[in-house]
Write a protein that binds this ligand. Structure first.
Ligand code: NAP
Length: 462
């Protein structure tokens, strides 16, 4: 085969990989096709790697093989973490992706042919974004894993210091564009960019980390796209651009779902408000019920809306919830699931868990579609959800979650809430829902409480 023919085959395979990436994003937008989305992305990535390895420019495979084994050695255990640890796992993936992009940029500067001014600009931008994404993502992972304090760490004049450090990195990049041969400035620029990543994420509270991770995902994509220009790799440009834009779109969706603005997330120090709000809780009484009583109420209902949240994920209660769904449905009760866009700790968290338990997709109703049905609902059964049901978001202008769209469970005829205690949710604030006359608190671990209800219901059936 001539070199030209081989190149044409390789280019064609790259186009197929790019189409698979686009299809992957398309499929991932619906729970019904999400598995296909993952598969399409995996095949696309594998194809892009194989095609790159077939490139005649690849002179020797030894180091590539060693890197592949090392990467797989890190990647496989990362992929096996528990579902609730996925946000920090994702942050680590971004950190490693950004580190590799930055390191290739560094190698290109030192080992590649002397860059022109334009190429120097590309390399410098790519290395700055890769480096800040690397340290920023590590801080985000540390906060989510609670190795680092979750609260925002702020001090007077912080934004000025951070922006000055960024300006310093960009200034060094400009100096390098003017004189690409100035090898002393390059490592200083890298160090300053690494410092900026730390300064960027440290002041942001743990509650905003999933949004920040999505934003860092976007940065990692931009860095990869720039790397594509540096290496003249079209597939990397497209894949990076898709990654960058989808990360940005996801951040916007999450901000909207929490009624926050980008500036508020990046500079708002959300966790501080939570701490003060948590301190002014009143002593009020709640009504509680046993599994036996809860089973009786559910059995007598015509319509039940189950509202899953982070607690269901922690308790891994989704399979028991499926059993409850089956038992109630068999009794003729209409059971649906209300999905809040930011329930849990990552976008689509509840969809993934309920799909894992094989709950039919058509039973999963998005917030805007189900909210109008709550007044006609006999029982809203909240399982480990808290903030996403907090009516204070509608009424209390002083609440840190004021304006966040919520599931209107308080409008149902009866509300039952499974949680272990009166502890607050992620936003750290009290929930007035628990003190309503129509609300019954079902105290206990979500999995064992749902199990007891199922037991009561099946016990009465047989
Ligand atoms: P949440 O407000 O964090 O509340 C979860 C509740 O689950 C807690 O009150 C906890 O109460 C209970 N719980 C924990 N473990 C449990 C167990 N084993 N059994 C039973 N209950 C248990 O959760 P949410 O309502 O799903 O709201 C999500 C929060 O995360 C929102 O504030 C949202 O803005 C934020 N967030 C989400 C995303 C996202 O992408 N999904 C992104 C950024 C921020 P007890 O300790 O009393 O049991």
């Amino acid at each position: 085969m001539t070199e030209l023919a081989l190149q044409q085959y390789l280019d064609f395979a790259y186009i197929v990989a790019v189409v698979l990436f686009v299809l992957s994003l398309k499929f991932l937008s619906s729970p019904a096709s999400a598995r296909w989305g993952v598969l399409a992305g995996e095949i696309g990535a594998a194809l892009a790697v194989i095609v790159t390895l077939c490139n005649p420019e690849v002179a020797q495979y030894k180091w590539i093989l060693i890197s592949l084994i090392l990467g797989a050695g890190i990647g496989v255990p990362l992929g096996l973490v528990h579902m609730t640890a996925v946000p920090q796992r994702t942050a680590l993936s971004h950190a490693l992706g950004a580190l590799s992009a930055a390191m290739i940029g560094v190698a290109e500067y030192y080992v590649g042919t002397a860059p022109t001014r334009f190429e120097m600009g590309e390399i410098a931008l790519e290395v700055i974004i890769g480096s800040l994404t690397f340290t920023g993502s590590l801080i985000a992972a540390g906060k989510l894993q609670e190795i680092l304090p979750q609260r925002p760490i702020v001090y007077r004049g912080q934004n000025i210091v951070s922006l000055s450090v960024l300006a310093g990195a960009l200034g060094l990049a400009v100096a390098l564009v003017v004189n690409p041969a100035n090898t002393t400035l390059f490592p200083i620029m890298v160090i300053v960019a690494l410092c900026f990543g730390i300064l960027l994420v440290t002041p942001i509270g743990g509650a905003d980390m999933p949004t920040v991770i999505s934003l860092l995902n976007s940065y990692a994509g931009v860095s990869a796209a720039l790397l594509g220009f540096v290496l003249n790799s079209k597939v990397l440009v497209v894949a990076g651009a898709l990654d960058g834009s989808s990360g940005l779109i996801l951040s916007v969706i999450m901000c909207k779902a929490m009624n926050r603005s980008f500036t508020n997330v990046m500079f708002g120090a959300f966790g501080q408000v939570q701490a003060s709000a948590a301190g002014v809780q009143e002593e009020r009484t709640v009504r509680s019920a046993t599994p036996d009583e809860a089973a009786g109420i559910l059995a007598a209902a015509n319509s039940v809306v189950i509202v899953p949240g982070y607690g269901m994920a922690v308790a891994q209660a989704q399979h028991k919830v499926r059993e409850l769904y089956d038992v109630l449905t068999k009794r003729g009760v209409e059971v649906r699931f209300a999905i809040h866009p930011v329930a849990g700790r990552m976008p689509g968290h509840m969809n993934v868990l309920l799909a894992e338990a094989d709950i039919p997709y058509d039973r999963l109703i998005e917030m805007d579609d189900i909210n109008g049905d709550f007044p006609q609902t006999d029982v809203a059964l909240v399982i480990g959800a808290n903030d996403v049901t907090n009516p204070a978001a509608r009424t209390d202008t002083g609440s840190p979650i004021f304006g966040m769209p919520i599931l209107d469970v308080d409008k149902a005829r009866t509300v039952m809430v499974i949680k272990r205690s009166m502890s607050p949710g992620f936003a750290g604030i009290d929930n007035p829902l628990y003190y309503l006359d129509k609300t019954l608190m079902l105290f206990g671990d979500a999995k064992s409480f749902v199990n007891s209800i199922v037991h009561e219901l099946t016990g009465t059936t047989h």
